[in-house]
Ligand binder design. Structure first.
Ligand SMILES: Cc1cc2nc3c(=O)[nH]c(=O)nc-3n(C[C@H](O)[C@H](O)[C@H](O)COP(=O)(O)OP(=O)(O)OC[C@H]3O[C@@H](n4cnc5c(N)ncnc54)[C@H](O)[C@@H]3O)c2cc1C
Length: 580
């Protein structure tokens, strides 16, 4: 069995190994979990559906009434992930993602308000809080008496989070905090802030996380930002002026705050993914109803291939995102610790799938979709931000690719080490060397590769399983080639990294869908699984072309022409071929 502390499906994949025990059986809720979740989902529906018109009005007015936030608190929605011992519901990652899915169906702003509190605002306390900190804050966070926010971004530090300028200087038993954070979700309604500040001024990297509460003197929040979407959710700046924070409020170790921030963001990504899946399910329902009702050329839109094709694509996107989000959440619930790459993949995949779905649902609605009367344009506006926050999708793609390549480079370093070893100790060194050489040779030929094949996938899915195995081998070879070609400079080869990440994202989705459909066949039989088999076929067919193109593109120079054109614009500051 894989070691839950270190095993990662995607990282192994880049080394040419298919760690299928991580995927199979695909996680399904138990009968009891299903009952509990169904009850929660039903009560959420009863609570949120009557607010359908309000959500549109609150979006237009860019505010969420305090009475509605109270309603959310009374429904227990601020205690979803707080352990039962501290008064919360103690939901695991899978159940939490499912609840956010349900909220995401109705309103992006509400999903974000609840999500920012649980996924990132208080997550630091859950992951790193001492027993005393947890006892002090979690019960009040569970009831919503305290709403939480996550304060990392600053005017000069967005993607480059390590560049923050907020400082915390030790003074007796306190730390004195100064600085300003921007675009903080829940900034205007939060009472507890997880704040990241520099605790050493002698360079980058010495960041510490603090729990700051609004009652500390010197904490202020700015105006409600006027945003494109998720307009009712509170987004404000939060300033800290000579705020005295007791040393007992340091979260994790002093100087290890960057790790705290990254762990929080990693853990939060399946919640966001769940919200996206909920949004997609709702849009699929709306778009299919519209396609059935709207008549053009004497027939309902639903009769036209183009429209049915769009609906089919939405289903595949939604199923892929759901499969990946549930798989990653299931890994977290089963105790796997190395899920950073997988959760980054789930964020990129789900946010882009929702974006495409919102765009196409609006397109199916035509001109009506563009009118504020209907919910499509709000869905488009609300879904746009998901590709920007909690790590932009560009940065996450670089992270996904570099994490994979890093493992290959470890292997190559081992190889270099064993070359030296061969000279120093021929027997020991040669063992390592031949091990690596064997793996390289089997990767290249596809023969005798350890863990190069699925053995647990249902026999009916052999064709898609073979496709995955072949493309996984091509991925591992591409990662290896990339690293040999560029060495340490790989970090600057962003186009190649992006392509590698694209291939990895598609392959992880294919693996998740394969595992899900396979488990469905094993548990419920081939006939029951037939519609899902169709989804797998459709996804696999499209992914085959995309993965091949992405991997081929790594070696092609075509894209570099765009860099030249980009440079041209950067030099002149404008489009250079206007014909007047
Ligand atoms: C509505 C909203 C809510 C938010 N809520 C929170 C919150 O609660 N807490 C919080 O701390 N922050 C929050 N943020 C901030 C969010 O996390 C940042 O906007 C995000 O991290 C990106 O930073 P930036 O906006 O400064 O963009 P930049 O970092 O300036 O990036 C701009 C563009 O350049 C790209 N880019 C940047 N660096 C590179 C690179 N090295 N290579 C290639 N491309 C690159 C990016 O992908 C992006 O496309 C929120 C933002 C919004 C819009």
């Amino acid at each position: 069995m894989p070691d839950k502390k270190t095993a990662s499906f995607m990282r192994s994949l880049c080394l040419g190994q298919i760690e299928e025990e991580i995927l199979l059986p695909y996680p399904e809720p138990t009968v009891q979990e299903k009952e509990t979740l169904s009850a929660v989902v039903a009560s959420l529906k009863a609570m949120l559906a009557p607010h359908e018109r309000d959500f549109a009005a609150w979006d237009a007015a860019a505010e969420m009434p305090a009475a509605f936030v109270r309603e959310l608190k009374e429904a227990g929605l601020f205690g979803l992930v707080v352990p039962e011992a501290h008064g919360g519901m103690g939901l695991g990652a899978t159940a939490y993602a499912r609840v956010l899915q349900e909220i995401g169906r109705y309103d992006g702003s509400t999903a974000l308000t609840v999500g920012a509190h649980s996924s990132i605002g208080m997550r630091g306390l859950l992951l790193f809080g001492t027993a005393e900190q947890r006892a002090r804050y979690l019960p009040r966070l569970a009831t919503g008496e305290l709403v939480a926010a996550f304060c990392l971004t600053e005017p000069g530090a967005g993607s480059d989070a390590a560049g923050i300028k907020t400082t915390a200087v030790r003074d007796g038993g306190d730390w004195v905090l100064n600085g300003e954070k921007i675009w903080i979700t829940n900034g205007g309604i939060a009472d507890l802030f997880t704040v990241f500040a520099k605790t050493s001024l002698d360079g980058r990297g010495h960041i510490t996380a603090f729990v700051v509460t609004r009652d500390m003197k010197g904490v202020t929040s700015g105006k409600h930002e006027d945003k494109m979407g998720i307009r009712a959710s509170s987004t404000t700046s939060v300033a800290f002026e000579d705020v005295r924070v007791p040393a007992a409020n340091v979260l994790g170790e002093v100087g290890k705050g960057f790790k705290v921030a990254m762990r929080i963001l990693n853990a939060g990504r399946t919640g966001l993914g769940g919200g996206c899946v909920g949004g997609m399910k709702r849009l699929i329902e709306l778009a299919s109803a519209h396609a059935r009702e709207r008549v053009q050329f004497g027939r309902p839109l639903a009769k036209f291939e183009t429209i049915r094709h769009k609906l089919g694509r939405m289903v595949v996107d939604c199923y892929a995102a759901e499969s990946v989000v549930n798989l990653v959440a299931g890994l977290v619930d089963r105790g796997y610790e190395e899920v950073a790459v997988e959760s980054a993949v789930s964020k990129v995949l789900a946010t882009e799938a929702l974006w495409r779905t919102a765009d196409e649902a609006l397109q199916i609605a035509g001109g009506a979709g563009y009118m504020r009367e209907l919910p499509y344009e709000r869905a488009v506006r609300d879904s746009r931000v998901n590709r920007i926050f909690e790590g932009t999708n560009e940065i996450l793609r670089l992270f996904i690719a570099l994490a994979a390549v890093n493992d290959v480079s470890d292997e190559l370093a081992d190889l270099a080490e064993s070359m030296r070893g061969v000279l120093a100790d021929p027997i020991k060194g040669f063992g390592l060397l031949s091990d690596y050489a064997k793996r390289r040779a089997s990767l290249a030929t596809g023969l005798g590769r350890p863990k190069g094949r699925f053995t647990l996938i249902a026999a009916q899915l052999a064709e898609e399983a073979r496709q995955f195995e072949d493309q996984a081998r091509a991925l591992a070879l591409a990662a290896d080639r990339l690293l040999r070609r560029h060495g340490k400079r790989i970090v600057d080869e962003q186009l190649a990294c992006r392509r590698l990440a694209d291939a990895m994202i598609d392959l992880f989705a294919l693996a998740a869908i394969l595992a899900r459909v396979s488990t469905r066949i094993e548990d419920h039989g081939e006939t029951a699984a037939a519609p899902e088999r169709d989804v797998l076929r459709a996804f696999a067919a499209e992914a085959r072309g995309r993965v091949d193109a992405a991997l081929a593109g790594i070696d092609a120079d075509g894209e570099r022409r765009l860099l030249v054109l980009g440079d041209h614009v950067l030099e002149s500051g404008r489009y250079g071929w206007d014909n007047l």
